[in-house]
Design a protein around this ligand. Structure first.
Ligand code: DC
Length: 219
């Protein structure tokens, strides 16, 4: 018997576009599990750094990735990132060394293969809201529920610095958009929402309205 088609709302977009907040609220509204795939790339980066591997050494990173020892158990409606038996904290996942190295780690094909497999496996949990850079284009390209959240560069840089993170948003976007494997693109069929000037609630309402129109949510 074939397994049922995955039920995944995909939310992609550049760094600090606000997609995490939107994805979290949409998941809460629907009772779906929220999956932040950026945290999976960040967790892999943390593990690489802890293992003493140079993030620029793609061969060493590729050899490490399949046995990095990461897992993603669900708690409080969202996937957590565990490494070596404990949850990594938001401070660790968003630390400066991770911010600096994550785009390099995310370019390594063996990293993407391992994490994309894990992301597809999460669909067995039931309805998901999954956010990232390649969710609608590569991970779940057949999803009928795709969104792309954009915002101006100035708004995104201001958002990151208000969160207290020293993060080179423009440089990360350049690396993420120009990499060979699964670059950041607007997925085919995705609804684009410009989140530069609207509130979080307005953005969430736009997503829920589109899902209602698509028949996923009762009117
Ligand atoms: O969403 P974020 O800014 O926390 O993501 C961190 C990095 O992970 C980002 O610079 C690119 C990478 N990433 C990716 O390549 N593919 C994804 N699906 C999610 C994140």
């Amino acid at each position: 018997m074939s397994s049922p088609a995955p039920l995944v709302i995909t939310i992609d977009g550049p760094a600090a576009s606000g997609k995490s907040s939107i994805a979290r609220e949409v998941a809460r509204a629907l009772g779906f599990v929220y999956v932040n795939t950026g945290n999976m790339y960040r967790g892999m980066t943390w593990a690489v750094l802890q293992a003493g591997i140079d993030p620029a050494d793609a061969e060493a990173v590729a050899a490490f990735a399949p046995q990095a020892g990461l897992s993603c158990p669900v708690a409080e409606g969202r996937t957590q990132l565990h490494w070596q038996g404990r949850a990594l904290t938001d401070e660790e996942l968003n630390s400066d060394p991770v911010n600096r190295a994550v785009s390099h780690i995310a370019r390594v094909e063996a990293v993407r293969t391992a994490l994309v497999d894990a992301q597809r496996g999460l669909a067995a949990l039931g309805g998901l809201v999954m956010e990232g850079r390649d969710i609608g284009s590569v991970v779940f390209p057949d999803s009928p529920y795709k969104f792309y959240i954009d915002a101006s560069e100035a708004v995104r840089a201001a958002r990151r610095s208000a969160q207290g993170h020293a993060d080179q948003v423009a440089e990360r976007d350049r690396l993420d958009s120009t990499r060979k494997t699964s670059p950041l693109v607007i997925p085919e069929g995705a609804r684009v929402i410009d989140n530069s000037t609207i509130t979080l609630q307005e953005a969430v309402d736009q997503v829920l309205a589109a899902l209602r129109a698509a028949g996923l949510v009762a009117a």
